[in-house]
Design a binder for this molecule. Structure first.
Ligand code: ADP
Ligand code: MG
Length: 758
């Protein structure tokens, strides 16, 4: 029996999923696997674990496990469910990559999908669990897809062994055929239970024209108009990234500041003064990433019937002139008149935001203010923000792209899919009829793809292939993926793993066909097993596996941790700060450059290049106690440094587990490596990044001026370059290895380190 407060009980009764409790529990009782579809906000994540708990699924030895693709959701949902059930976080707990509050009393465990995948490696049958819920399956994250594939085999195995287990797959969209109509995955299609969303009508307003670049500016204009002219109700804005979110938050706070005495509530930890904000406004902002030019004349109008599906869901379409809002006759029929003097309570929301900051969006805004949440697509399905009446949608999403052959990656801002644009619009109709303002035309919308692709089809898969080989799944091609990665990607992964020594070489005998087949089903080697136990990509895992020599392990661990965490340095070219006095900025730049030079060392260490800078930064930061102040002063991203610290601890444990005799530990006062160790480190780095070798373009090949200072790689026709911020920008060694190539204005190598020319 669960003892819920009256208030919680009342809120629960309003959730559509509660009406389906009987149906869901009956489906679960009668089937090993069940799919549940329901609009975001219908109560799936918070309520279904409670149904299972109350039905006794956690009363025996097994517990209830729920996976989330995002850390944010795992943490915040575990807290919410504990609160709703009036249970301690010892009972309703979470586990994410670096931390968790799971105890021996835990009955409901929220975790990221990556955490559960690691557990499958330890115990293939997942005997601790009586139920696994895979949440947010519509996001089609790589680990979610793999887990569903694995569980499609684990559940029948468990049932055969007389240790019954249930699988629930939950999705915010009805598009679940990849799971249900997939005989390779589930021979008997799992039943689908639909939760009818109590969705209020949302009126869609398209722009007449689509702004090509400054959609943040366009969003700003739109929000100002909504706030000044439309009746009360929260505003939710969808942008593409953290930097955009912060820029818009600042602009909005500047435009609608809190009155005196009321200012503390709206400001977050940034604590900007209005002076700083005024200066910020003056500062020239760089233009947002541009999208390919789209010729609007080439679009036909959206045929009427194409909107029908949405009309059924209560969404109607209306084309709107981008310059105005029809606030005169509010279609929602609200009585209140807008009051321009009402302050706007502006909150940012994105994955990397600290949990305390994220939690603010769930609390009611201060009385007499209007809530405005500026979010990335975390707010699309993972988190439901209460009382949103207006959605402003830029229609874009930021995604990382990989070139399948060369591995070159780039972040691109691109159009989202129709399905996710409709998800975003739906956020406006949870509590009352709402409005969605799309900052693009209906013609452009008509050209969006219907759905987003599964992530697994869009990125390299060597890490997954290694994990699967470690589970003794040798023929990865035959794995029951909900959507399979491309054959090319699987071949590339297998080749890389063979070259790293993680898989056994395929035999070179037999017919061409046999050899071909053997090439795609190489078993894992003992080195591969060790590598698979390290929670980093195979190239880095190889470095860890070699790190024993010359007492290099602590350095290898620190470098690998730093290479794995993105963006550890503040960007020298785009300081995201409010001080725009050029003298101060120049001073700061000079200091940061000097620090990086210091970390790069002199003589032999210099050749380790950017990796030495990372090592120096990590060492110095840890020596100083990893404080926000040290990071701020030295141009390091505090969050990244904290993450590196946790990862160092985790990698140290993993290495000790594989190889207890090395007895490595995290030393906060690590001394710099000796010259001899640097030589050794360079060899280790080369062993991991051997396929990322580049050679400086030789004088005789310098036919084209664009090749000046360029490097040649085996796979690319065009030259790649050392970034000006690199420690080796001026040195230009003949041979180098790089961590990755990112394409921005040029193809730049990141994480460059010199290789001895022999
Ligand atoms: P779904 O998983 O179907 O999208 P959820 O179970 O996440 O739905 O949300 C159900 C309801 O619980 C929503 O109305 C949401 O606003 C509310 N809710 C979720 N988390 C919190 C929280 N931390 N504080 C207050 N309300 C919350
Ligand atoms: Mg949910």
């Amino acid at each position: 029996p669960v003892d819920r407060s009256a208030e919680i009980q009342e809120a629960r009764l309003k959730l559509p999923v509660l009406a389906e409790e009987q149906v869901i529990m009956e489906a679960v009782r009668e089937n090993p696997c069940v799919v549940i579809c329901g609009e975001t906000g219908s109560g799936k994540t918070t309520q279904v674990p409670q149904f299972l708990y109350e039905a006794g699924y956690a009363s025996g030895s097994g517990i209830i496990g729920i996976t989330e693709p995002r850390r944010v959701a795992a943490v915040s949902m575990s807290h919410r469910v504990a609160k709703e059930m009036n249970l301690s976080t010892r009972v309703v707990s979470y586990q994410i990559r670096y931390e968790g509050n799971v105890t021996s009393d835990t009955k409901i465990k929220f975790m990221t999908d990556g955490v559960l995948l690691k557990e499958v490696q330890k115990d293939f049958l997942l005997q601790r669990y009586s139920v696994i819920i895979i949440d947010e399956a519509h996001e089609r994250s790589v680990y979610t897809d793999i887990l569903i594939g694995l569980l499609s085999r684990i559940v029948p195995l468990r049932n055969k062994k007389g240790l019954p287990m249930k699988l629930l797959v939950m999705s915010a969209t009805l598009r679940v055929e990849d799971f249900t109509d997939n005989a390779k995955l589930f021979r008997t299609p799992p039943p689908v239970t639909k939760v009818d969303a109590r969705q209020f009508p949302v009126t869609i307003h398209f722009n007449k024209r689509t702004p090509m670049e400054d959609y943040t500016g366009d969003a700003f204009q739109k929000i100002c108009k909504i706030h000044r002219m439309l009746p009360p109700g929260g505003i939710l804005v969808f942008l593409t990234g953290q930097a955009e979110v912060h820029n818009l938050c600042r602009k909005l706070r500047n435009a609608f500041p809190f009155r005196k005495g009321n200012t503390t509530t709206g400001e977050d930890e940034e604590g900007e003064t209005s002076e700083a904000m005024r200066k910020f406004k003056k500062a020239k902002r760089k233009k947002a990433v541009s999208l390919p030019r789209i010729d609007l004349d080439n679009y036909s109008a959206l045929p009427l019937d194409e909107g029908d599906e949405d009309r059924e869901a209560g969404i109607g379409y209306e084309d709107e002139d981008g310059s105005d809002l029809e606030f005169g006759d509010d279609p929602a029929g609200a009585e209140e008149k807008a009051d321009p003097s009402i302050p706007l309570y502006v909150l940012p929301l994105y994955s990397l935001l600290a949990p305390e900051q994220q939690a603010k969006v769930f609390r009611p805004p201060p009385p007499g203010t209007r809530l405005c949440v500026v979010a990335t697509n975390v707010a699309e399905t993972s988190l439901t923000i209460p009382a949103i009446k207006y959605v402003v949608d830029c229609g874009r999403v930021k995604k990382r792209f990989y070139d399948r052959v060369t591995g070159v990656s780039s972040f691109k801002v691109m159009w989202t899919s129709q399905a996710s644009a409709n998800q975003r619009a739906g956020r406006a109709g949870r509590t009352e009829p709402g409005h969605c303002y799309r900052l693009y035309s209906s013609a452009v919308f008509g050209d969006f793809t219907l759905f987003s692709e599964a992530e697994i089809t869009r990125r390299p898969v060597e890490d997954l292939v290694l994990q699967m080989k470690d589970l003794n799944i040798d023929k990865v091609v035959n794995f029951p993926f909900p959507t399979s990665p491309s054959a090319e990607a699987l071949v590339a992964a297998e080749q890389l793993l063979v070259s790293l020594g993680a898989l056994k070489e395929p035999p070179r005998t037999g017919s061409v066909k046999e050899m071909e087949r053997a090439r795609l089903s190489c078993p894992i080697s003992p080195l591969g097993r060790a590598m698979a136990s390290f929670p980093v990509a195979p190239r880095y895992a190889k470095m860890l596996a070699l790190g024993k020599q010359q007492d290099c392990l602590p350095y290898v661990i620190a470098v690998v941790a730093a290479m794995t965490v993105r963006e550890i340095f503040e960007d020298l070219d785009r300081p995201d700060r409010s001080e725009d006095e050029s003298s101060k900025l120049t001073q700061r730049r000079a200091r940061l450059i000097q620090m990086r030079r210091l970390w790069a060392g002199q003589g032999a260490p210099l050749l380790l290049g950017d990796l030495m800078v990372m090592l120096g930064a990590v060492g110095a930061c840890e020596f100083a106690g990893c404080t926000p102040m040290f990071c701020e002063e030295n141009g390091l991203r505090y969050k990244a440094m904290v993450e590196i610290r946790k990862l160092r601890g985790q990698l140290t444990n993993a290495v000790n587990a594989v190889c207890p005799e090395v007895g490595v530990f995290v030393n906060p006062k690590m001394t710099p490596p000796t010259e001899h160790q640097v030589v050794c480190l360079r060899q280790i780095v080369l062993a991991g990044l051997g396929d990322h070798l580049a050679r400086r373009v030789q004088a005789e090949d310098l036919l084209d001026p664009k090749w000046k200072n360029g490097y040649k790689t085996p796979l690319l026709d065009d030259p790649v370059f050392i970034h000006p911020s690199s420690a080796l920008f001026k040195t230009l060694p003949e041979f180098i290895v790089y961590q990755e190539i990112m394409e921005s204005t040029k193809m730049y190598m990141r994480g460059v380190s010199a290789v001895e020319a022999e």
